[in-house]
Ligand binder design. Structure first.
Ligand code: FES
Length: 60
């Protein structure tokens, strides 16, 4: 599912970014440009980022 239409960023992209060490919306935005245009995706991006970080911390 797309999270950011402006930049074509999906939930999978966010999960991959978290696996590479991204742990804040600011950093995610630097790497992917997410929420840097219209900003409509900011709340949803934050929610997916939190889910991805919670999920990542459970992995060995
Ligand atoms: S939908 Fe993400 S910046 Fe527009």
């Amino acid at each position: 599912m797309y999270v950011c239409i402006c930049n074509g960023i999906t939930e999978k992209d966010i999960y991959k970014a978290v696996q590479r060490g991204i742990s804040s919306l600011e950093k995610l935005s630097e790497v992917t440009e997410i929420s840097n245009h219209c900003g409509c995706c900011t709340d949803f991006a934050c929610k997916v980022l939190q889910e991805a970080m919670a999920s990542n911390s459970c992995q060995k």
